[in-house]
Write a protein that binds this ligand. Structure first.
Ligand SMILES: [Zn+2]
Length: 113
């Protein structure tokens, strides 16, 4: 899995941000996690303790906001939540729909002191 790599990315973003703001400590990190990314928050949390050891982000709380998979149907001009990878519009049955969310993986905000 790629959780170690993404956890290292989160840590480096946090440390860069914290150092840029002369922070003494990182308290909390809010991460947006799309359900299509396949990233398991449990593993990220596990690696987090490892990659932040002996940094100012050590012990910081990781908070995940899960982003559901949502697609847009151009025929109905409506959005719908995708269930189990089925991109078919539940209203008109059209399959040419557009994925609009669910791939997010980003640091939304960081709390420092
Ligand atoms: Zn439709």
């Amino acid at each position: 899995m790629h959780e170690l790599g993404v956890t290292e990315s989160i840590a480096s973003i946090c440390l860069k941000h914290a150092q840029g703001n002369n922070a003494k400590r990182v308290l909390k990190v809010n991460v947006k996690l799309g359900e299509l990314t396949g990233i398991v928050d449990h593993y990220v949390a596990f690696y987090w303790d490892m990659v932040t050891k002996d940094t100012i982000a050590q012990g910081a709380e990781l908070n995940f906001t899960k982003v559901p998979v949502v697609a847009h149907c151009p025929a109905c001009e409506d959005d719908f939540e995708v269930v189990e990878y089925d991109l078919t519009c539940p209203r008109c049955g059209r399959t040419e729909t557009e994925l609009i969310s669910g791939r997010e993986f980003m640091v939304e905000s960081i709390e420092i002191e």
